[in-house]
Design a protein around this ligand. Sequence first.
Ligand SMILES: NC(=O)c1ccc[n+]([C@@H]2O[C@H](COP(=O)([O-])OP(=O)(O)OC[C@H]3O[C@@H](n4cnc5c(N)ncnc54)[C@H](O)[C@@H]3O)[C@@H](O)[C@H]2O)c1
Length: 243
Amino acid sequence: MEDTVFVITGGHGGIGIVLVKKLLKKDAKVIVLDVKDTSSEKVKANENYTFIKTDVTDVEDLKKAYKIIKDKYNHINYLISMAGINMKSEVEGLKGMKMHDIDKSIKLNLNAHIYLIKIMIDLLENSKERDRRAFLMISSINAITTYGLPAYSAAKAGIYGFMKSILNELGKSSIRVNTLSLGTVPHMEQEIEGDEYFENYAKHLPIKHFVRPTDVADTIYSLLDITKCINGQNIILDMGQSV
Ligand SMILES: NC(=O)c1ccc[n+]([C@@H]2O[C@H](COP(=O)([O-])OP(=O)(O)OC[C@H]3O[C@@H](n4cnc5c(N)ncnc54)[C@H](O)[C@@H]3O)[C@@H](O)[C@H]2O)c1
């Protein structure tokens, strides 16, 4: 994967960092756009790793990131829009949710995906191999279940509509677009072991354990670089949790 460039927003989250390490092991060039760099000294020392401090809800930040990527590699093969979190007050439901958190959540969990591809599209078009161009947005089964988190869930559902709307336009440049909807993905083994909530929850799953960050990383790798005919799909990765 020596000339393969991955750009990952939110690449320092619990899921993102596992993906970053997997891709670096495969000798890919990995660029992380995140508000913080919490990666290990080993990752930072890797010459294939680039961190660009970016708030993905800030268009000017994204434009600066675009310029850095253009100067360094002039292309992107795989653009992964992963940055996303629910606002704390959303947990309280519609009544408890703070008004300003509605806009904040929609801006991060929906608008930022749109800004990102709009700004980076020609870097995807610049990649030489037409069958190695893809845009992947990370959604959640919150979009299709009754789990609450009103604005987060609305935004994550909005991603599906956005994907369909750009499929033909990006298809002209052979850019595949898919969404990956995750079920609960605890980040650390200790979040499950000995935790009453997770242990009780896992008992109700069809397969009695949660998706792990490594499962997500493996799926993303396969979806982008191996299964090259999947386009316009929402892939659900949840061990059957949403069923
Ligand atoms: N972990 C889960 O159970 C779960 C379930 C369903 C969907 N998801 C989705 O998967 C993705 C990754 O989740 P995670 O569990 O790794 O989350 P996380 O909270 O561990 O990581 C989120 C990352 O996004 C970054 N980020 C937040 N706001 C940003 C901004 N404005 N600009 C740039 N970066 C920003 C954070 O710094 C962090 O590194 C998210 O989109 C999330 O909604 C996660």
